[in-house]
Design a protein around this ligand. Structure first.
Ligand code: MG
Length: 334
């Protein structure tokens, strides 16, 4: 059997099953944005790691070294934010060809440092090694949170509001603009910046985790249709999501119209937005969203509801059910 037949998640399930008996009951391992390790009476550690390979996860002609350094850390900080935890340190390992210009690496580290400084996350170690042609980047970030208060994907409850902390689809729009070599306008430049310099919602995650009414949380890295499915599977629930309520930036709307892009497909399947997806207790959304607006001067968006029964995500648009497949949404009601 080939790996492609079971896919990434099928492979992760096999790994998880193989090592399950070695885990301790108070540990949380594979299956969430971070692993959780008990620290002391008051706090837990959270740990995440991510691997980026040139020509698979990034292309040197589409992202500059400074942006790549920034983004390599950003995607990991986003996973720590998704637990409602505070990042306390990072480790950076790189595999690189010895012919690489030092100036390229200096810029890479400059970008990595810029984001490290912003959230006061020191670089604590790592490894460097010679690689073949491709630049390989591995980052580990460690964080802390109050004991037992990390937000897991499995915590969604019936009737919870499903919320996101920012616009969806901008990053996918930026990637499309890069791949299609669209002319650089203010609009496309904004989308490309969102793709190459994602801003992890660290402060938002910490803020949300202070509220009891905030149940499940994760970050949007693969696109909401895939990411929300993880919450639903682990929480054993289903969801209704209103496509009309998914927040989309004016920039993306305008570019999508001019390029005749399928906006619904882009905002639900496009990944790498690195905003947070959370579920909030029935009746608590108003209070939490009001506090969120005061704290961050922008909205927390409610896009749907967790329900019991049925399976997966039930999409609604203009008050009617719509179905979703690999080609996008079938706008005929089902
Ligand atoms: Mg994640």
């Amino acid at each position: 059997m080939k790996l492609s037949e079971i896919g990434e998640f099928g492979f992760i399930d096999r790994v998880s099953a193989l090592f399950k008996d070695l885990s301790l009951p108070e540990y949380i391992g594979i299956g969430d944005d971070c692993a959780i390790i008990p620290y002391n009476e008051e706090e837990d550690y959270v740990v995440t790691t991510d691997l980026l390979i040139e020509d698979i996860h990034f292309f040197k002609d589409l992202i500059g070294p400074e942006q790549l350094g920034y983004k390599s850390l950003a995607v990991n900080l986003s996973d720590v934010a998704a637990m409602g935890a505070r990042p306390i340190g990072s480790f950076l390992s790189i595999g690189i060809h010895s012919d690489t210009e030092l100036a390229y690496l200096d810029l890479f580290l400059k970008g990595y440092r810029q984001l490290s400084k912003k959230y006061h996350v020191p670089l604590l170690g790592g490894d460097t090694t010679q690689s073949g042609k491709q630049f390989v980047i591995n980052v580990v970030v460690i964080g802390t949170c109050r004991k037992g208060e990390a937000r897991l994907r499995s915590m969604a409850q019936n009737k919870d509001s499903i919320c996101v902390t920012g616009h969806l689809g901008d990053s996918a729009g930026g990637l499309e603009a890069l791949l299609r070599k669209l002319s650089q306008t203010e609009l496309t430049k904004t989308l490309i910046r969102r793709h190459n310099l994602p801003e992890p919602h660290v402060s938002e995650g910490l803020w949300l985790a202070q509220h009891e009414g905030v149940h499940a949380m994760m970050d949007i890295s693969d696109g909401i249709s895939s990411d929300l499915s993880h919450i639903l599977r682990t929480s054993e629930k289903s969801a209704i999501v209103d496509l009309n309520k998914i927040p989309v930036s004016d920039e993306l709307k305008k570019v999508a119209v001019s390029q005749a892009w399928d906006l619904d497909k882009l905002v639900t399947s496009g990944g790498e937005d690195y905003v947070l997806l959370c579920t909030i207790k029935d009746g608590s959304f108003e209070e939490v969203s009001m506090g969120f607006r005061e704290a961050f001067d922008r909205n927390l968006f409610q896009i749907g509801e967790i329900v019991v029964g049925g399976s997966g995500i039930n999409w609604v648009k203009n008050g009617k059910k719509v179905s979703f497949n690999q080609h996008g949404f079938d706008h005929f009601s089902v």
